[in-house]
Design a protein around this ligand. Sequence first.
Ligand code: ZN
Length: 292
Amino acid sequence: MIIGAIELGGSKIVCAIGNEKGHISDRIHIPTETPDRTMPLIIKYFMNKNIEALGVGCFGPIDADKDSKTYGYITSTPKIAWRNYNIVKTLRDALKVPIGFDTDVNAAALGETTSGALTGCKIGIYITIGTGIGVGVCIGGKPMYGLMHPEAGHIILRRKKNDNYRGICPYHRDCFEGLASGPAIEDRWGKKPYELHNDYEVWQLEAEYIAQAIVNYILCYSPNRIVLGGGVMHQDQMFPIIRFNVKEYLNGYINMKEILDDIDTYIVPPALGDDSGIKGAVMLGVNAKAAD
Ligand code: ZN
């Protein structure tokens, strides 16, 4: 089976060719600009590659409800040029194959659930911390949907004392994404996250907010395991601080061995590295082909 896959991120896009076993045989990277400039490049890549289906993991919020009038749209994104853009229609009209469509973070959660760190989890959570913050929740191997997909990157956190940074989220200012995304780190400290690698204070604060969010996800979703990915999590010195803070905040309330004794295998980096999203997008394509 030849499956096309797109991971549409806030700053870059990955287009790839894969198969039902999750093997990726080819890929390219394209910067995320405007639909006018970006979509022709995506379509050109997949033309004449004989793909049988296409999986799209897309930054959100999106409308992935097939019964909705605006199915296939990117909706209230802060990226103005992509707001209310029908990406599924554009791709389907050009490539004429079944399309699987979900958020980028749901795709990553699906990738890790299919062949990574969330394999076998009844409920698995993938958190990406990068240009934005997103949370994919897989229940029984499938991304969770209710009214829409969860937007748990925008939860409200308890501010650390003396933190007067106003926050960068255009909708809520100091939600989790507003306080702790890559752009928030850069805006708060005046340098790119990787330039701050050795600055203890930066990562202590970042790990604090990430831990608060994880505590909320543990309490609300009761996940069997949590994967922390995205560009900011390349600062893996944060893992021990996050795990420590999560235990401190829970304070023994969730009396489970996985958290009390085995937190090193409970909050983990992605087993698929930076490929969780694109491999999950391949699976979205495989599922779309099966449902066609
Ligand atoms: Zn927000």
